[in-house]
Ligand binder design. Structure first.
Ligand code: PPS
Length: 261
């Protein structure tokens, strides 16, 4: 992050893993697609992770790839707040942070561990041991969510909850548009909501992956999994539920972060 340079009109989507990053990315991407005149006509529509890249011979690092992206860039990250703090607080980087109820986040995370790239060999309870030991590869989701929540009053930070997106996607689309200063009429809002429906996103993802990339097709199907609120109830044992409730008391209650589900 020290080397990563903020560019005008950048928007960063920052989330603990499995909280709705891809969904929000598509909403922002669609918004810009509908309004190229509001954002410049040469828009980059690929949304890379600041901390991750697929190297090519001419662009071997994430920094190089992102530096060559056209503005306005949409960039994602699962890095903790402190990594981006300077860019946000001193350089005005615009951030949309998406937060999700932690039991559902962890349920989705477990399925992510089991996908055909990670192939986690255990069941949910084996996975949960990693949660207890604070050994998830993306870091501590409670700390990450708390820190972004605490930045919510900054004018260049918008915090959105996954559950709000589920409850009223159109309202969130309007809020994001206002934050990004992109004018949208109600018909466009409706189209964006429709295009960003999980079934449509799954279908589109499968269509754009070439037939000779079967592993990627399987991964896409696994990725757009259920997209619901409350699936944790099908996975958690009582002691696991208690563990998360304790983390909520430690990290979220003192700062007033609640998901009300
Ligand atoms: S990642 O790998 O960290 O980038 O994953 P992320 O995109 O943050 O979160 C993946 C979960 O979001 C669900 N998802 C959606 N839900 C509702 N609507 C739409 N359009 C949508 N797109 C993705 C996805 O299914 C994952 O949640 P689970 O609970 O596993 O289904």
């Amino acid at each position: 992050m020290k080397e990563w340079k903020v560019k005008p009109l950048d928007v960063m989507i920052a989330t603990p893993p499995k909280s709705g990053t891809t969904w929000m990315g598509e909403i922002v991407r669609q918004m810009r697609a509908y309004h190229p005149e509001a954002v410049g006509k040469d828009v980059s529509f690929i949304i890379p992770y600041v901390e991750m890249n697929i190297p090519t011979p001419d662009m071997p690092t994430a920094l190089e790839c992102q530096d060559k992206m056209l503005s306005p860039r949409i960039i994602k990250t699962h890095l903790p707040y402190e990594y981006t703090k300077e860019k946000v607080e001193q350089e005005g980087l615009k951030v949309i942070a998406v937060l999700r109820e932690p039991k559902d986040t962890l349920t989705s995370y477990y399925h992510h561990y089991c996908n055909n790239f990670f192939n986690f060999p255990g069941d949910f309870h084996d996975f949960f041991e990693l949660v207890r030991q604070d050994r998830l590869h993306g870091g501590n989701i409670f700390k990450m969510a708390r820190d972004w929540w605490q930045a919510r009053d900054l004018p260049n930070v918008l915090v959105v909850k996954y559950e709000e997106m589920k409850k009223d996607t159109a309202e969130v689309v309007r809020r994001v548009a206002e934050f990004l200063e992109i004018p949208l009429d109600s018909k466009t809002v409706e189209s964006i909501v429709d295009n960003c429906n999980i079934d449509k996103m799954r279908k589109t993802a499968l269509e754009v992956i070439p037939d000779d990339q079967q592993l990627n097709k399987v991964a896409a199907k696994q990725f757009f999994r259920k997209g619901v609120v409350g699936d944790w109830k099908n996975h958690f044992a009582k002691d696991e539920e208690d563990f998360v409730d304790e983390c909520v008391r430690e990290y979220f209650d003192p700062v007033g972060l609640h998901f009300n589900v």
